[in-house]
Design a protein around this ligand. Structure first.
Ligand code: GLV
Ligand code: MN
Ligand code: MN
Ligand code: MN
Length: 428
């Protein structure tokens, strides 16, 4: 009977690789920097165009579309039992400055294609299937990573902090959101929060962003855990002054304090005793930023991660201690040391791991279990839903740079595993 849900066989799944590649290429043209780089910042004109592009594809895939107050976009395929919690999948399409065209995008376009794949195979879901485009996985504009999924997971502190959050040009979060057509009820974001149990499963397809799958010639990575990320903002203030006239003994150079702290970050990370601890200073701004003026203010942002939360936290403590010591020694003021986020790691759900395993097996795809060192919206969806992630190989592990690349064959394998896993979970 056509209205009954039915299981799905691996051999019935075929990906339209030509369309998918074209979509990836087209989406990459919504960028504020020239190809091959991609820059797509939250609520910018290009972000809005990308969202429109995705909603159009969701519509063509027969999904019914809903958007929440911060612009998370949901496309639903109603199952035969639309009252029970759906199976969801998705990722992001925002892109950090000068990055590539696959990070996040593969998990959104790939999810829509997975729906198309299942439809073409004749599959009928029991639980509804939902594709989600998450708002701002990247922290570029407001300094907050996984903004959309954090809110979906019910972060009241974030909903509150956003009332006072501005970007680098002093545009408030809510003005930016409104300019993109969101947040119409001014500043109440509680409508975004999901109840625990809203989904029976959440899946995310993503490029590995590391070299292992490609090196080993393995088709599929089954993610068992996501490492614990943290980020910190630090400001130092000194007296500044004339670069020629103020002699060295009379300076308190905020820029040198920041430089010293950046080196201290590296030292603490290297001394953690584990290769899994990483730390990066990706932002270092000096004020006034003139060659002949001693920096009177320095702003640095630190990203540190580990698969071991305690070890990561102890690195944060050491960084804090260094910031205080350096400020004292250099007679500058440590005017801010703010831990922006200090998130725990997340574990994938056993039964979802099993479903991803079975799907890869039925598709004859080699696979390995792995840890995600990058964070993803899945880190936060895991707070409200059982979670699992599918990785595909990418060229040399390159990511967050224009050279990022994944072959359409590898992407198609990931889409099939996603489709088959969703089909299995939909019938559970
Ligand atoms: C997100 O892109 C991350 O930095 O892991
Ligand atoms: Mn990214
Ligand atoms: Mn990503
Ligand atoms: Mn990421």
């Amino acid at each position: 009977a056509t209205h009954e849900s039915q299981s799905c066989s691996a051999s019935a799944l075929s990906v339209d690789t030509e369309s998918l590649q074209r979509q990836i290429d087209e989406l990459s043209t919504f960028s504020d920097t020239p190809a091959p780089s991609v820059t797509r910042i939250l609520y910018s004109e290009k972000d809005v165009l990308a969202r429109r592009y995705i909603k159009n594809l969701m519509g063509l895939a027969g999904l019914s579309i809903r958007e929440d107050a911060v612009g998370n976009i949901f496309g639903r395929w109603n199952g035969n039992d639309p009252e029970i919690p759906p199976v969801a999948t998705g990722s992001h399409v925002d892109a950090i400055p000068y990055s590539g065209k696959y990070d996040g995008v593969v998990g959104v376009l790939g999810a829509i294609e997975a729906v198309n794949v299942l439809r073409r195979s004749g599959f009928k879901p029991k639980r509804s299937l939902e594709v989600i485009l998450f708002t701002s996985e990247e922290p570029t504009r407001f300094g907050i990573s996984c903004l959309g999924s954090r809110l979906l997971a019910g972060s009241e502190p974030l909903a509150d902090a956003l009332r006072r959050t501005v970007d680098g040009h002093n545009v408030s979060f809510f003005d930016a959101a409104r300019s993109a057509g969101y947040a119409q009820d001014r500043d109440d974001l509680s409508s975004v929060f999901l109840k625990k149990g809203s989904y029976s499963a959440f899946l995310e397809l993503h490029i590995e962003q590391g070299p292992l799958l490609e090196e080993e010639g393995t088709s599929i990575g089954i993610v068992t855990a996501i490492a614990a990320p943290a980020s910190i903002k630090v400001d130092f203030e000194g007296n500044g002054g004339h670069a020629g006239a103020v002699l060295m003994p009379y300076r308190n150079d905020a820029g040198l304090a920041a430089a010293e702290l950046a080196l201290a970050v590296e030292e603490h990370v290297l001394q953690s005793g584990s290769i899994d601890t990483v730390g990066t200073v990706g932002i270092l701004d000096l004020h006034p930023g003139a060659i002949n003026s001693i920096p009177s203010k320095a702003h640095i942002e630190i990203d540190t991660r580990d698969i071991d939360e305690k070890r990561r936290n102890s690195v944060i403590e050491k960084i804090h201690h260094s910031a205080i010591t350096i400020a004292k020694a250099r007679k500058v003021k440590l005017s801010e040391f703010r831990i922006v986020n200090q998130d725990p790691p997340a574990l994938s759900d056993e039964s979802i791991i099993k479903a991803m395993e079975d799907a890869s097996e039925e598709l004859n795809l080699t696979r390995k279990w792995m840890i995600s060192r990058a964070y993803h919206d899945s880190l936060f969806m895991a707070r409200v839903s059982p979670m699992g992630m599918i990785f595909i190989p990418c060229y040399k592990g390159y990511s967050h740079k224009p050279e990022e690349y994944a072959s359409i064959e590898n992407i198609a394998d990931g889409v099939k595993v996603l489709a088959l896993t969703m089909a299995k979970l939909s019938l559970k």
